[in-house]
Design a protein around this ligand. Sequence first.
Ligand code: ADP
Ligand code: MG
Length: 286
Amino acid sequence: ATPTALMVGTGRGAKMGILIKNGEVLEAVNDVKTVIFDKTGTITVGKPQVTDIIGDEAQVLKVAASLEESSEHPLATAILARAKAGNVPLVEVTDFKAIEGKGVAAQLAGQKGVVGNHKLLATFKINDQLAQQETRLQNEAKTVVFVGLDDRIIGLIAIQDVAKKTSATAIADLRARGLKTVMLTGDNQRVAEAVAKQVGIDEVIADVLPGDKAAHVAAFQKTGKVAFVGDGINDAPALTTADVGIAMGSGTDIAIDAGGIVLVKNDLRDVDKALALSKKTFNRIK
Ligand code: ADP
Ligand code: MG
């Protein structure tokens, strides 16, 4: 495209709240075959809420919230908000550790506390009744974290993050263009599939550790150009690996820096609008 056409294209984008960092990015959008989305904060609102607590509610919340106080994860924020609403007193913890893609651990009152998923609880025995509750809640699109003290599970907490109102339309628009849509998430397979079904995503890759997101993007690049849409610190490598990195304006600074396109309105329908803009800019001159 001519420099003038590019300026017009990026200028139009900016007016719509689609910030395009340079003309090359705008051109690459034209050839995208697959759009990969992060789940939390991208397809979903990113403000998860506690919906169910199994076990002695006061004790489960006290242990979980005390452990999560030092974590900045959205799940931690949800647990702390619930503890605060219920006036649950927190206790001090030491030796706090955040374990990427798994959960958190710390010492509290002389015991080893953990909050997290299966990967963190490999050494715990999860009884049938708890396992059944976990499956039921996950099928309702709720993320389940277990709360453990020493080597005993004292309960579980279900947390739900609803899909953004526009996510389903946005994905339908992309599919109507013949693009493949994929969800890439660190969350559990069952939860990911339940959310994918709500919004109409073609393919789900779940249980992905933060460091592995970029490798999954690279694998899809073997079949054509890939756009990756994300918001988190852990999405930055995938955003730079993709042919087109699209960051949510509400995302972390690190994600915004890594993206070639920023969606100021945090509306996934703007991915399709960016595609339309690219087609208009590049098909005019060819
Ligand atoms: P996503 O890719 O959806 O942003 P993450 O990689 O941040 O997910 O987290 C993946 C999973 O790791 C969570 O679904 C949860 O099971 C577990 N996890 C991570 N951090 C925490 C935490 N602070 N407390 C409890 N569980 C956690
Ligand atoms: Mg995210």
